[in-house]
Design a protein around this ligand. Structure first.
Ligand code: BJ8
Length: 416
């Protein structure tokens, strides 16, 4: 399959060779994991086999795959046209040198890894997407899409950067343009019926994730943050219905754990992680926190609450109403690309209180200017609310791991 996808098999072998060790170190070393993590472990262990083979079959039957990079891209319209949306992962240092052949070294590692994964031909998902859907979020991504677009069909959605009434209308307009692109690519019309059905389908996935996050609010923490992060990462590319069913099955087990008083992290300090997303396989910060006396109980990130909070209002009847409802839901995401973005500070404070966090660790991927600049104001706001705060900047390498472990350990110790 990988050869048929035109992948660089030698380099891909090198990438796959490190995965079992990483899984062992990060996941299997944890104690008292829920049994229902089996499914997510299996998806991870065969990350370049299981879902890619499904996508290969889907394409053999004429289906079209759309690769996405951002929580603002509405999956529901892609599925409503009979396509499949898949997040394109870019969380490994393995891809960064490849990206640096095209981008300045002082670019965010997520963007460099995006280009490296595509041009090094070592990620099947990047080979399987028929069309990439970009978006005008940060400057780095915008310019990187120009380079990606020289190699693969790419449609860029023009995301507003403010949240005035006219911006909500504009985003609805952009969604209409996306619908035209997916209709042309798939050859299928997005009908009102299909759109309503898929709005509901993706809402169910969001509800399953919300249920999982609600369970983490308990005094007895039934699942680690590291395991939950893996689930959030898989959410971007797994089949949405199967994924929601598996998360709900896990939640049934976690509810029982809560009732039985099972706690995976007794005596550990509860941490809310905020900031830039952690694309698969970036588990660095969670692993450091959870091996330094903390347990992550919530993520205010795009591999966390920004991905699933707020449902699309399902009361829309006409195409225009449904599209506007989709636009309204996505415009409710508070990314640092927007100005002003004080609603994100409200989110962090609300989530820290709801999840009974002892402190906030705000993580910034190196060279991400928007989150970096916003970090200072977020710190002030948290301090004003009496919430202990630690700001961290890091990349995908392990060069700073020891230093970070010391800082995180000291922060957690200060939490009393
Ligand atoms: S909605 S957070 S997924 S843009 S790539 S902004 S880390 S410099 S990923 Fe994002 Fe959408 Fe916003 Fe979420 Fe910074 Fe890097 Fe840019 Fe990044």
């Amino acid at each position: 399959m990988w050869a048929d996808l035109g992948m660089n098999l030698e380099m891909h072998d090198q990438l796959c060779a490190v995965l079992p060790g990483a899984i062992g170190d990060v996941f299997m070393s944890q104690e008292n994991r829920p049994e229902c993590m089996d499914y997510f472990d299996m998806v991870l262990a065969d990350v370049h086999g299981l879902r890619p083979s499904e996508l290969v079959e889907f394409r053999k039957n004429g289906g079209k795959v759309f690769g996405t990079f951002c929580a603002y891209v509405p999956d529901e319209v892609i599925f409503a046209a009979g396509g499949i949306a898949t997040g394109l992962c870019a969380g490994s240092q393995f891809w960064v040198p490849g990206g640096e052949r095209y981008l300045p070294a002082n670019t965010c590692p997520l963007i460099k890894a995006m280009l490296g994964a595509r041009f090094d031909k070592t990620c099947p998902f990047y080979r399987l997407a028929d069309v990439y859907i970009g978006e005008t979020t940060c400057d780095g991504k915008k310019k990187a899409y120009e380079i990606l677009g020289t190699d693969v069909p790419l449609h860029v959605m023009d995301l507003p950067q403010m949240k005035r009434p006219k911006d909500y209308l504009k985003w609805a307009d952009e969604i209409k343009d996306l619908i035209a692109v997916v209709e042309e690519t798939t050859g299928n019309k997005v009908t009102e019926e299909a759109l309503a059905e898929n709005i509901h389908k993706i809402n169910l996935k969001r509800q399953a994730l919300q249920r999982l996050y609600d369970l983490r609010k308990n005094e007895n923490v039934p699942i680690s943050g590291t395991d939950t992060l893996l689930i959030s990462q898989i959410a971007y590319y797994d089949d949405p219905e199967r994924f929601a069913a598996m998360v709900n099955k896990l939640c049934d087990e976690l509810e029982k754990r809560v009732a039985d008083g099972v706690n995976v992290a007794p005596g550990k300090k509860r941490i809310l992680v905020s900031g830039t997303p952690m694309a698969i396989p970036n588990w660095k910060l969670h692993n450091l926190i959870e091996t330094s006396g903390g347990v992550v109980v919530c993520e205010e990130t795009c591999t966390g609450t920004r991905y699933f909070e707020n449902q699309v209002d399902e009361s829309g009847k006409t195409m225009d109403e449904m599209i506007q409802n989709i636009a309204n839901r996505y415009m409710g995401i508070n990314c640092a690309c927007f100005t002003p973005n004080t609603a994100r500070f409200d989110d962090v404070v609300r989530l820290a209180k709801d999840s009974k966090a002892d402190g906030v660790i705000d993580v910034n991927l190196m060279f991400c200017q928007t989150y970096d600049i916003e970090g200072r104001s977020l710190e002030e706001r948290c301090k004003a609310e009496g919430i202990p705060f630690l700001g961290i900047e890091t990349d995908y390498t392990d060069n700073d791991a020891q230093q970070l472990k010391t800082r995180i350990g000291a922060f957690i110790e200060l939490l009393g």
